[in-house]
Design a protein around this ligand. Structure first.
Ligand code: PEP
Ligand code: MN
Length: 308
């Protein structure tokens, strides 16, 4: 159910509608927009009777939602969400957001050498994993909390906003302590307990698309986060698995306008994981911007031949 308030509805009318939603045992998600506030209703198993709401003061209409998602849609919020990171940086606004940094934080010296270059480039966000979701258990797993401390020091030294991955629910606690944005990796896109925990977090979420996730599966993963009350989500296309072997993954750039048609959430592209080839990063970054991405996430290393 989606309740659209009249354009002149008052705050107290919105609150009265939220109270009725709660009394029915559901949760209301108010989304103030440029011209009106809409309220998404979640927590109901079957259909909700619109007559509960239709005659309340300030309500324009109560609409049954037939799509699988309720909160990520343009029906709820016709304007794009602008995600605020670390107070004064945004993703989804007028400026292209550039997130850059190493795959993993390997040492203080490496992190600072890369951060120096990232800062000089004009990017506002620094990425780097302290906890790495590796295909092999024998690959470098990250420095753990020490890596997060280094990231926090990078923020203090360069004013860059810190984007870093949480592998599990305990990891979200740690990213909340040290970082500015919680990355949920491709392999964890359908880790529902992690999504729920991120939905209760006080930081915005960067949600990568799973290696074989359809558009609907990806959007429903975002819906999990939003249903818990965290509306600050950025989607990230990072390449999907196909039969091609000239790249590590296949960047699905068509998904950017496809997301745009359904959702108000910002979406960025990751040409580093999307191609796995240094020489393809620049052309695919440009292509991502050309098809409407709100930003880029780029892996940067000062000595790529020695990267862990
Ligand atoms: C990464 O950003 O380094 C990473 C592990 O990404 P993905 O989850 O997209 O593989
Ligand atoms: Mn990586």
């Amino acid at each position: 159910m989606l309740i659209v308030m009249k354009s002149d509805a008052t705050d107290s009318q919105v609150e009265a509608v939220l109270r009725v939603i709660e009394q029915l045992g559901f949760r209301g998600h108010p989304m103030p927009g440029a011209t009106r506030t809409a309220i998404g209703v979640t927590g109901n198993q079957g259909a909700v009777d619109p007559s509960h709401f239709e005659n309340l003061a300030g309500v324009a209409e109560a609409i049954r939602v037939s799509k699988p998602y309720k909160l990520i849609t343009l029906d709820l919020r016709p304007e794009k969400t602008v995600v605020r990171v670390g107070g004064d940086a945004t993703i989804g606004g007028d400026e292209l957001a550039i997130i850059a940094g190493p795959c993993a934080i390997e040492s203080r010296a490496q992190a600072f050498a890369v951060a120096e270059a990232v800062r000089r480039s004009g990017a506002r966000f620094f990425r780097g994993g302290a906890y790495k979701p590796r295909t092999s258990p024998y690959a470098f797993q990250g420095l753990g909390e020490e890596g997060l401390r280094i990231l926090a020091d990078v923020r203090d030294a360069y004013g860059l906003k810190i984007v870093t991955e949480a592998l599990d629910e305990a990891g979200v606690d740690l990213v909340e302590k040290y970082g500015d944005m919680i990355q949920i990796g491709a392999r964890n896109m359908q880790n529902f307990s992690l999504l729920r925990r991120a939905g209760k977090a006080r930081l915005p979420v960067l949600l990568k698309r799973g290696l074989s996730a359809t558009l609907d599966e990806w959007l429903l993963a975002a819906e999990y986060v939003m249903a818990e009350g965290n509306y600050q989500i950025v989607l990230c296309e990072r390449g999907i698995r196909t039969f091609t072997d000239h790249t590590r993954n296949t960047m699905d750039l068509a998904v950017i306008p496809a997301v745009r048609r359904i959702s108000h959430l910002p979406v960025i592209v990751d040409p580093s994981h999307g191609t796995g080839k240094n020489f393809m990063v620049t052309p695919l970054a440009r292509a991502g911007v050309a098809v409407g991405a709100d930003g880029l996430i780029i892996e940067v290393h000062d000595q790529p031949e020695h990267a862990l």
